[in-house]
Design a protein around this ligand. Structure first.
Ligand code: GRF
Length: 210
């Protein structure tokens, strides 16, 4: 029997390396999913170019051409629902997600953040970790709630921070792990292993799969 593929839409504002890593995991059979479309708030986002090159639908929606954030997100939800999206994957999406999208996809929006949350939320998480003098940082995949990087944590990977690191060297070390972790977390969701209760996430059989 062929397993049913989890239907993903990706929201991205920039480079799109996490999008590519997810697509690669699909191509290599590590992730039972399909990327239906990449949606960006930036028309010139390299992520859109990368999607087009792979023959994946790429959509730019400029928030400035909508009267407010609610109407902008309604448009996004329309695109998501039109393709039968089951999971919304934020991959470097630089806008805070609002109630309109979250109510349409409760506990069905995931994000990756380049730090071990709740440490170093927000922008420049890698720089924050270096400047703080943390000895470990890493990445976190989490469900999105109304806050800034505050939603229930699905999984994390730690990496060392060395005293001669700068923002760039630490970012590279973390990014390598982001590309592995994100696809794995989405696969657990595809397998129906992931449940959320309050702020806590349970992964069925986690001692085997983590
Ligand atoms: C990643 O570091 C991710 O953790 C953060 O934004 C960056 C996106 O990179 N949310 P990319 O566009 O996926 O290459």
């Amino acid at each position: 029997m062929v397993a049913k593929k989890l239907r993903l839409s990706v929201l991205a504002s920039g480079r799109g390396s996490n999008f590519l890593a997810i697509q690669q995991a699909i191509a290599e059979g590590r992730l039972d999913a399909v990327i239906l479309q990449v949606i960006s708030n930036k028309a010139d986002a390299p992520a859109l170019e990368k999607a087009r090159a792979l023959g994946i639908k790429a959509i730019a929606i400029d928030p400035k051409s909508y009267p407010d954030r609610v109407v902008y997100e309604r448009q996004i939800v329309e695109y998501l629902q039109a393709e039968g999206t089951e999971l919304v994957v934020l991959a470097g999406y630089m806008l805070l997600v609002g109630e309109t999208l979250l109510q349409a996809y409760p506990n069905r929006v995931v994000n990756i953040h380049p730090a071990l949350l709740p440490s170093f939320p927000g922008l420049h998480a890698q720089r924050q970790a270096v400047e703080y003098g943390a000895k470990y940082s890493g990445c976190t995949v989490h469900f999105v709630d109304g806050g800034m990087d505050t939603g229930p944590v699905i999984c994390q990977t730690a990496v060392p921070v060395y005293s001669d690191d700068d923002e760039d060297t630490l970012s590279d070390r973390i990014l390598e792990q982001e590309h592995i972790l994100y696809a794995r977390c989405i696969q657990w969701i595809a397998e129906g292993r992931v449940t959320v209760e309050g702020h806590r996430v349970t992964i069925e059989g986690e001692r085997e799969v983590r």
